[in-house]
Design a binder for this molecule. Structure first.
Ligand code: HEC
Ligand code: HEC
Ligand code: HEC
Ligand code: HEC
Ligand code: HEC
Ligand code: HEC
Ligand code: HEC
Ligand code: HEC
Length: 488
């Protein structure tokens, strides 16, 4: 008994060592170009003197920052070259209002590389296909600027005189396209002009975007035991620490940052938020995902059902450019990285058990609801029982909410330990809406074809047997998983 335990411990340590050897290069130890000759621009003092009067609050925020303490001034960030599209003359200097990730990256090279490679940087690109349908048609294009783009990011447009087009800025969306071509905005999470890391470690840094129907992580975290402990023990979280390693610098509770970005044990901190996620949870059907790291620093997610691309093979990216594969992180590896965080505060058995319960929920959602609903919608379009225009028929809203709202809530709730979101606000609504709205609407829309469609995609599936069998669920087990009885 004892020896098995010990050998398991050794095996786990070995696994952790292999894993770290793999993950560490992905999240390289800080490469900071903090060479003081890079800052202290001589014109900075003029900016400060005048802005202390013209915008006192803003100047004061900067004065209270780590930047001011280190002597990094306004011009060190706002300086621009005349060749830049948004460069403008201001009080005798060439400046730009936008300070892009590339500008910050002049000093913070590691954070820039990780942030540019992350899914956050792609947040504008992913909305392209849905904007016309949801924003432009269902509401109006004005909603892009005030809605989608505030979270996902806008394409910043510059007017002839170097000033910014108010239809596209102010904006600090996470995947904003900047005039210099770089993606995202570091002030999405680091409020200006303090640019504090303590502030960014708070769940509040993420809440502006990760709340509401489809990504209710704020609500989920608050309702979880972790949220309970964070609220009660916030003063013990050591948020101001220079380094912030879970298990060493704090133990009271994890925050969003702990699990998705933070250092834990030997696992390094990263600005690549998707690195540790094994699944795609916000899709009609979830798939485990490879993370493909390319030699130009960018990354792609690919479903694990496809073949893993080989190292050094060439891949054509969405923008048509070609890049070589540097490394591929399998979903298993990504899961192991996430689990290393848990292991600072929980046992291996506890962590593995929790992950099993979470994966089971995702599989249940997929097989029982996600896959059949997607197949039915495909069938309805193919038989021309629906117009090709999205969101002009009631069932299209029902289907959208099924996977995007309650379906995502259930999966996020199970991932982050809020039973309320996993069940009442999640899978309960998925079940209710599937049986009491979606299927009746299929019958309305499909008329004579309905029975065939429902038989094929629903009735034939074991998980839906209870609809035809009054003795389901199995009275002894209480679960509908006992196939022998069900068929009998
Ligand atoms: C003599 C006063 C003065 C000086 C010197 C000065 N500014 Fe300004 N600045 C202003 C005023 C006034 C505005 C307009 C404020 C407003 O729009 O509310 C402004 C606007 C700005 C803006 C915003 C422009 C926009 O598009 O919204 C930035 C950025 C800026 N200044 C940065 C700087 C930097 C960097 C320096 C140092 C090179 C500097 N300022 C020097 C007075 C000054
Ligand atoms: C660490 C880099 C950094 C420093 C230092 C800095 N800024 Fe900024 N500033 C930014 C960023 C980032 C933005 C947001 C612009 C954008 O959307 O990219 C910004 C925006 C602004 C704006 C327009 C936005 C608003 O809120 O009105 C003004 C004005 C401005 N800065 C002035 C200053 C002045 C004056 C100083 C010096 C006291 C200064 N900045 C120092 C990074 C910096
Ligand atoms: C409150 C911030 C916020 C607003 C407003 C918002 N999104 Fe999102 N969106 C998110 C977040 C956060 C995710 C990531 C969800 C995840 O991966 O868990 C996301 C994901 C997505 C996705 C990927 C998969 C999915 O969940 O559907 C698409 C597409 C998308 N959004 C489109 C849009 C469009 C189009 C609009 C406006 C009509 C919009 N979003 C408005 C925050 C927002
Ligand atoms: C998704 C939110 C988010 C975005 C976007 C973001 N950061 Fe951070 N940043 C954080 C968090 C959280 C920390 C603290 C991490 C920790 O302590 O483990 C941090 C820490 C830092 C630090 C301190 C590093 C150290 O070791 O002391 C720097 C510098 C930094 N970020 C720069 C940037 C730059 C530059 C960008 C844009 C390229 C950026 N950040 C974008 C959340 C973010
Ligand atoms: C000219 C160099 C330079 C530029 C440009 C620059 N920084 Fe910094 N940054 C520094 C220095 C120096 C420090 C202080 C490092 C220290 O205290 O060890 C720092 C510290 C930080 C920290 C840690 C603050 C804390 O709470 O300890 C964050 C976060 C940060 N920078 C974000 C940014 C962001 C975001 C931008 C762009 C908007 C930016 N920086 C632009 C040089 C720069
Ligand atoms: C300004 C809005 C915004 C902020 C702030 C923000 N996010 Fe996001 N986040 C998004 C959007 C939009 C997506 C979807 C991006 C995509 O799929 O390309 C996303 C995706 C993610 C994902 C999913 C990655 C995956 O594997 O698909 C994680 C995890 C995440 N964010 C964590 C965080 C954390 C942690 C913070 C705070 C430290 C944070 N985000 C702050 C908007 C934001
Ligand atoms: C205790 C650790 C933990 C905390 C705290 C936590 N998360 Fe998560 N989160 C996870 C795990 C585990 C997953 C599922 C990852 C996977 O796909 O395997 C996840 C999934 C997500 C996803 C969906 C990514 C996907 O796979 O599509 C987003 C977005 C996200 N979290 C954001 C947040 C935000 C924002 C917070 C804080 C409000 C937060 N998380 C707090 C562990 C955590
Ligand atoms: C910084 C420490 C820390 C980290 C990291 C952490 N947790 Fe926790 N977690 C706690 C504490 C403390 C509790 C409360 C223990 C209790 O009272 O049951 C807890 C409780 C839980 C609970 C509820 C347990 C119950 O029985 O009610 C779950 C589930 C959980 N954690 C899962 C995870 C997972 C999964 C991860 C990694 C993705 C993780 N935790 C990371 C500290 C942490």
């Amino acid at each position: 008994m004892c020896s098995t335990l010990r050998s398991r411990g050794v095996r786990w340590r070995l696994l952790a060592a292999i894993l770290l050897a793999f993950v560490v290069p992905l999240a390289e130890a800080a490469k900071v170009d903090l060479d003081p000759s890079n800052w202290g621009h001589e014109a900075g003092q003029d900016c400060i003197s005048c802005h202390t009067k013209s915008s006192a609050g803003l100047a004061r925020q900067w004065q209270d920052s780590a930047h001011a303490a280190a002597g990094v001034n306004c011009m060190d960030c706002h300086q621009a070259d005349v060749s830049e599209p948004d460069a403008m003359e201001h009080e005798g200097q060439i400046i730009a209002t936008v300070v892009s990730p590339k500008d910050c990256g002049r000093c913070h090279t590691t954070e820039l590389e990780q942030q540019q490679g992350s899914v956050h940087a792609e947040a504008y690109a992913i909305i392209a296909d849905r904007v016309p349908a949801l924003a432009d048609n269902v509401t109006g294009p004005e909603m892009r600027a005030a809605g989608c783009d505030q979270c996902h990011g806008s394409v910043i447009k510059v007017k002839g005189d170097g000033t910014l087009d108010p239809d596209t800025w102010p904006n600090s969306g996470i995947g904003r396209i900047n005039p210099d071509g770089s993606k995202g905005s570091c002030s999405s999470c680091h409020g200006r002009h303090r640019f504090s890391k303590a502030q960014a470690r708070e769940p509040a840094a993420c809440d502006r975007c990760h709340s509401g129907p489809d990504s209710p992580d704020k609500e989920i975290f608050e309702a979880s035991k972790h949220g309970m402990l964070y609220t009660s023990h916030r003063s013990e979280m050591n948020l101001d620490a220079s380094e912030w390693i879970a298990g060493r610098d704090y133990t009271a509770a994890p925050t969003c940052v702990t699990c998705h970005m933070g250092a834990a044990g030997k696992l390094p901190t990263t600005h690549d938020v998707g690195l540790r996620n094994a699944w795609s949870l916000n899709t009609p059907v979830s798939e485990r995902q490879y993370l493909v790291v390319l030699d130009d620093g960018s990354e792609l997610e690919q479903p694990a059902s496809a073949k893993a691309p080989k190292r050094n093979s060439e891949i054509e990216k969405a923008d048509g450019t070609i890049a070589k594969v540097k490394t591929v992180a399998t979903p298993k590896r990504r899961r192991q990285a996430m689990s290393l965080v848990c292991l600072e505060c929980h046992s291996k058995t506890f962590t593995a058990g929790f992950m099993k319960q979470f994966d089971n929920v995702v599989e249940l959602y997929n097989t029982k609801f996600g896959t059949p609903a997607r197949a039915i919608m495909g069938d309805l379009y193919e038989r021309e029982l629906l117009t090709p225009t999205p969101f002009d028929e009631p069932i299209e809203f029902t289907y959208w909410e099924l996977w995007h709202d309650e379906g995502a809530r259930a999966r996020h709730g199970a991932a982050m330990a809020s039973p309320n979101h996993a069940w009442w606000e999640g899978m309960y609504l998925v079940g209710r809406n599937f049986y009491s709205r979606f299927l009746p609407q299929v019958r309305d829309v499909a008329g004579a074809d309905a029975q065939d469609i429902i038989d094929r995609h629903v009735m034939a599936k074991e998980r839906h047997q209870w609809l035809q069998n009054p003795n389901w669920p199995n009275p002894i087990l209480g679960f509908g998983s006992n196939t022998e009885d069900a068929d009998g």
